[in-house]
Design a protein around this ligand. Structure first.
Ligand code: SAM
Length: 308
């Protein structure tokens, strides 16, 4: 179903199901004698959501994924590992640099607040849709998981006034903050992406850090043949909606330039580079060569917007 201005979801529907899909990738990566990731909660969370296809992806006898060149289990695991390690390392570096306040935007089924070794005194805020936050909090409590930092949740739409809601939960704009927006931007309308970065900048004390991804060219989404192929593969894994319908297409700001213009010092790393750094090779498939353009961005605020 196409997006609307005030649509919302749980983890089994619309954009929420993409969070379950990513968690299924982490569950695969956390398996086996030599796991790529340490995320003991990913699999029980995916099973608790109960979306048939993602649960089935975790079952060894599901052979429909085995022959897919980009969505087979090993590729899914490697893809999610590259991304997860990038954001894990970002938060670990921020902690080592003395930052004690973190905000995970669009936290989905990410369990960093429960599994990273946060320095003592760190407060981690998680923001996502109310039903997503509520489900994860309840399910992890039922699993006996305990946060490794002080975890504070904000259930709100990121197209709404989330910054006021964050401050009401105790966020301190005078302290440097480590922010992540992982797997989020393409699900926001272009103007909401700009507002998100404006709000982050306005709430960021000097020395704050930000990590996100950037897809330089979303025009591939308008290529009907390729996207039909991609959507078809995605659908096989149980997405009720066409994935392309969930994404806001059309022109949007280039993330590195936008952040630089707001006073952030930006570093970009390409997908191919990060795959290699992790000892992986990007699958040799047309779809992946297009997606290889995705860059991972980290930025530090040295020059906050005047008048903040
Ligand atoms: N960051 C998580 C991860 O990597 O595992 C989840 C990524 S998932 C692809 C996209 C997430 O963005 C979902 O959890 C979804 O609920 C959240 N999201 C997208 N648009 C949002 C909005 N307008 N308000 C709140 N959350 C949103």
């Amino acid at each position: 179903m196409a997006r609307t201005d005030h649509d919302s979801w749980d983890l089994a529907s619309s954009v929420g199901a993409t969070a379950t899909g990513v968690a299924a990738g982490r569950a695969l990566a956390a398996r086996g004698p030599e796991p790529l990731l340490d995320d003991p909660y990913a699999e029980p969370l995916v099973r608790a959501v109960g979306l048939d296809a993602f649960t089935r992806m975790l079952s060894e006898d599901a052979d429909e994924v085995a022959d897919d060149p980009i969505f087979n289990r090993q590729q899914m695991a490697e893809q999610v590992t590259v991304r997860t390690r990038f954001f894990d390392d970002f938060f670990l570096r921020a902690g080592a640099a003395g930052i004690r306040q973190a905000v995970i935007l669009a936290s989905g089924l990410d369990t960093r607040a429960y599994r990273l070794p946060w320095p003592a005194g760190t407060v981690v805020y998680e923001i996502d849709q109310p039903q997503v936050i509520e489900f994860k909090t309840r399910t992890l409590a039922e699993l006996g998981a305990t946060p490794t930092a002080e975890r504070r949740t904000v259930g709100i739409d990121l197209r709404a006034d989330w910054s006021t809601a964050l401050r009401e939960r105790g966020f301190d704009p005078d302290q440097p903050t480590a922010w992540s927006a992982e797997g989020l931007l393409i699900y926001l309308p272009p103007q909401a992406q700009d507002r998100l970065f404006d709000d982050i900048t306005a709430l960021s004390a000097p020395g704050s850090a930000l990590a996100t991804e950037h897809v330089p060219d979303l025009s591939i989404l308008a290529d009907d043949d390729r996207m039909a192929d991609f959507a078809q593969r995605w659908k096989r894994y149980g997405m009720a909606d066409e994935w392309t319908d969930l994404v806001y297409q059309g022109e949007r700001a280039q993330v590195p330039a936008y952040l630089s213009g707001a006073g952030w010092q930006v570093t970009a790393r390409g997908t191919v580079d990060l795959y290699a750094a992790n000892g992986f090779a990007l699958p040799d498939h047309e779809m992946m060569t297009e997606l290889a353009d995705l860059t991972y961005i980290s930025a530090v605020l040295s020059d906050p917007t005047p008048g903040r």
